[in-house]
Design a protein around this ligand. Structure first.
Ligand SMILES: Cc1cc2nc3c(=O)[nH]c(=O)nc-3n(C[C@H](O)[C@H](O)[C@H](O)COP(=O)(O)OP(=O)(O)OC[C@H]3O[C@@H](n4cnc5c(N)ncnc54)[C@H](O)[C@@H]3O)c2cc1C
Ligand code: FES
Length: 310
């Protein structure tokens, strides 16, 4: 996933006509905050029963919870999960997690997470039948235009988890998905099963055999984008893939959306730890949790397709 900017350098995020500097995206990519569509009005708190919590790949776990309100969320939205049980006083701050898959019928939602620190290690220790405290769905979802016939998914590492619910949504709407799925090694390339079940076309690449290099994935991306197979592209998890996708998509008139990651304390717009920059004492900059995590991407130099809205 791409980190939210702290200050200075790189990409800019448009805020009321001003460009917010961003550190970590390439300077050739410019972001725009999407119009609010009310999706995050449905945010709720749940004491959700953990139905499953299994290791699916080295360091990677899948947690399924029973949470009917959360299961009504949309692709690109996320939840904040208290990693440890309510009885434990440590690790009280929740951790943000993309919803990997929704199942509205059974009222369940899935998260796939990589153990990187104390919080995710505590999540991995949770057992079936325990209760997880969850707030969600949170944030702006990925938009899909009604006329869409095909979408391009470009995800790397744990960033793929922000895109998988979109692949399910595409299947439900009769939209063809083309997915570039990248990871460090073949066994941690996520999203393969979701894409297969959706009847999508997948290119799975990894660093171990060198197949994830830009020179290897660019021809496939060009064929999908320039071949007119997709009307929108969605990316998460790799700056170089976001840059490449945005550039190729922009020149073919295909819109690109990205999901950003930021350090978050509350996940619901109170603490401002996920702010993308500062404009002054009285001017708030976009928050990744509330204004994102999904933003529209433009190739720098191109005017935004839609005006700034909030
Ligand atoms: C909207 C959103 C969706 C996310 N979806 C997923 C997901 O589906 N699956 C998943 O595994 N992870 C996801 N993450 C990242 C996840 O929230 C962090 O990995 C997690 O909070 C780490 O907690 P920890 O206590 O284990 O690690 P910590 O002990 O807090 O940190 C361990 C290391 O990871 C770094 N780190 C922690 N949080 C972040 C962060 N948000 N961004 C960048 N670096 C961080 C720390 O700097 C440190 O180096 C998402 C983050 C966001 C903002
Ligand atoms: S995480 Fe608290 S405002 Fe965004």
């Amino acid at each position: 996933m791409t980190h939210a900017p702290q200050n200075g350098g790189g990409t800019s995020l448009e805020f009321m006509g001003t460009h917010v500097p961003q550190l970590r995206l390439p300077s050739s990519v410019r972001l725009e905050v999407l119009a609010r569509n009310g999706a995050d009005d449905a945010v709720s708190f749940a004491e959700a029963e953990i139905i499953a919590n299994d290791e699916i790949a080295p360091e990677h776990f899948l947690m399924r919870v029973s949470a009917p309100e959360l299961a009504r969320g949309m692709p690109g939205q996320f939840a904040v999960i208290r990693p440890a049980s309510a009885r434990e006083f440590q690790l009280t701050l929740p951790r943000p997690m993309a919803v990997y898959r929704y199942d509205r019928q059974s009222g369940t939602a899935e998260f796939v997470y990589r153990v990187v620190g104390q919080g995710t290690a505590a999540m991995a220790r949770r057992a079936r039948g325990e209760i997880a405290e969850i707030v969600g769905p949170v944030g702006q979802p990925f938009p899909i235009a009604d006329s869409t016939r095909g979408i391009l998914i470009v995800g790397r590492g744990i960033g793929v988890c922000s895109l998988t619910a979109l692949i399910d949504e595409a299947k439900g709407r009769g939209i063809q998905a083309y997915a570039l799925l990248s990871g460090r090694t073949q066994d941690v390339v996520l999203g393969q099963e979701v894409t297969r079940q959706a009847g999508g076309h997948a290119l799975c690449v990894n660093d171990s055999d060198g197949s994830s290099a830009v020179k290897h994935v660019e021809p496939w991306l060009r064929a999908v984008i320039e071949g007119g197979h997709v009307q929108q592209a969605y990316a998460c998890g790799s700056n170089r893939l976001i840059e490449l996708t945005t550039r190729l998509a922009a020149s073919a008139g295909v819109g690109t959306y990205v999901s950003l990651e930021a350090h978050m304390a509350c996940g619901i717009g109170y603490c401002h730890s996920c702010a993308t920059g500062a404009f002054g004492e009285s001017t708030e900059s976009p928050l990744v949790c509330r204004d994102g995590p999904v933003f529209q991407c433009h190739a720098a130099g191109n005017e935004p397709i839609s005006p700034w809205t909030r």
